[in-house]
Design a protein around this ligand. Sequence first.
Ligand code: BTN
Length: 264
Amino acid sequence: MFNTDLFEKELSTSWLGRELFFFDELGSTNTFAKNLIGDGSLHGALIITDHQTHGRGQYERSWETNSGENLTFSIVFEPGNGNRLTVLTLACALAVAEQLEDITKQQVELKWPNDVLVNENKIAGLLTEASFNGNKFKRVVIGIGLNVNQTEFSDELTDWATSIKNLTKDDSSREKLLARLLTRIEYYYRLWESVDIELIKKINKRLIGYGKWTSISVDSDLLDGEYKFLGINESGQMVVLNKELEVNTFSYEQVRVHFNSQPG
Ligand code: BTN
């Protein structure tokens, strides 16, 4: 069972995770966070559950995870507008990657738009959802599923999912891990807020395929030829160069990059 007392004792952030909603069991932390009432008062709130029964992933997929072994949580941000949210998602993914690299001592990469991989195996995934009041931006919820102590995965996932324990053979304290991860996320949030180019550079260095020629599909159509992946720009658009050396930018919703045979 996730120990909230230990987590709160370990937490050294100034605002992130200071408001905590913990549930033994919950359908989806993202759904809960999106529906929370409290306009403008929830910045930094953390929703966490030990047993997520209807976890959701990108592209309407489900996120399945053993109860009590992993981290399934959502963070509420209220930045005032819904601009550059792709960068914010990748900033959180960067924090996850660095935290995992500290623990596993292995190279951790980001796969556009929001997967975290080690040796081409997925160890964490992020789901970002913005909420609006009518057409006024209200909040953004970033949900993170991180495989910590789970060692067996379903047949469907077993070939491409991994966990910290699979990599280190050791159990990790989820409470300490989450407390440290939030410190990193808080730091990168500040860089994101101040539109710091260092954040973009750090993200790009970790993006799989950065600087490489690859094929891409736009709005589900595979484009002819190869494109050089130049990472993201400050707005969070993906930048590619075609063989004629023309630069094109695409939004996150439009594009998928094909680097290997994994799903997604
Ligand atoms: C993906 O890789 O497709 C994204 C997975 C995101 C899963 C997390 S677990 C906590 C939060 N609540 C959800 O329902 N989904 C996210």
